[in-house]
Design a protein around this ligand. Structure first.
Ligand SMILES: [Ca+2]
Ligand SMILES: [Ca+2]
Ligand SMILES: [Ca+2]
Ligand SMILES: [Ca+2]
Length: 277
């Protein structure tokens, strides 16, 4: 039984939020004052090279069908941030290479399994070239696309996670110097941690239960102990699960953070989940 949604726009909204966080993080780490930003609206990608305090779209770029998530990274090592978009409906990833002048040539599309729903960019095989990890929500696995450093990508394996994965982040959770993955499994109400082997392959660990219908997650050091933690948005529980990392790849649940609203429109229809047997 797979949970589906009456309207996937909420995923777009989540993606936009993630984009904002990603841009802020990119600015934080690079110290830049200009940022290339991308937002998905109605199957278009709106790209903007703009000042930090403004958000002025300069181009609408065609995407695939039902684009739901985006990741920014320099995939061709020219010092300009590019981005990759997961197209849920057309089962591919569109990679847009940044010209550096605010324009983006037509994307190159790469097959991405079944219903790609979330994407993260990082160097998973430690060759200095940016790679991509994509959740396949329709196949319950994560697809790894290894970058060639010139903006091209090659599928390099898939790794099973829980059911209906819809969120993914990367971090070194067991402090072995190799990037790992954390995946939010919407239908099994848990998180999959995949330990990286440093060569683009991953090995599974026991899933970690969270709240109902986890949709998105973020990695950060919430308690300042130098070990990466996870924050997970539980769609149907109206709360967040905070998982504190122990530095060995394990996580301990902190008390949940609830965000309840008097006007709880999300239950009313637009974001309502339905089940299909
Ligand atoms: Ca680039
Ligand atoms: Ca790489
Ligand atoms: Ca690791
Ligand atoms: Ca921590």
């Amino acid at each position: 039984m797979r949970k589906t949604y009456q309207n996937v726009r909420f995923v777009w909204t989540a993606a936009i939020g993630i984009i904002a966080i990603a841009v802020m993080a990119a600015n934080h780490f690079s110290g830049i004052t200009q940022a290339h930003r991308a937002v998905i609206v109605d199957e278009q990608v709106i790209a903007s090279s703009c000042a930090l305090q403004t958000f002025s779209p300069v181009a609408n770029l065609s995407a695939g069908t039902l684009p739901v998530a985006v990741a920014a990274a320099d995939s061709n090592a020219d010092g300009k941030l590019d981005f990759a978009v997961a197209n849920f409906g057309s089962n591919n990833v569109s990679v847009y290479l940044n010209s550096g002048t605010g324009s983006f040539p037509a994307p190159i599309n790469y097959p991405a399994g079944t219903n790609p729903s979330a994407i993260v960019a990082a160097d998973f095989n430690a060759d200095g070239k940016m790679d991509l990890a994509v959740t396949e929500s329709g196949a319950d696995q994560v697809l790894i696309l290894l970058g060639n450093g010139k903006g091209g990508f090659t599928a390099a394996g898939s790794f099973f996670v829980g059911a209906n994965p819809n969120g993914i982040v990367a971090g070194d959770f067991n402090a072995d110097g190799r990037l790992d993955l954390a995946v939010a499994n919407t239908d099994t109400d848990d998180i999959s941690i995949l330990f990286g082997n440093g060569n683009g392959t991953f090995r599974p660990t026991p899933n970690i239960s969270v709240g109902s219908t986890p949709l998105a997650l973020v990695v950060a050091d919430f308690n300042g102990d130098g070990k990466p933690d996870l924050g997970v948005a539980n769609y149907f529980d109206d709360d967040l699960s905070i998982l504190l990392g122990n530095g060995n790849g394990g996580f301990v649940a902190a008390p949940k953070v609830e965000y309840r609203h008097q006007s709880h429109f999300t239950r009313g229809g637009r974001l309502q989940r339905r089940r299909q047997d």
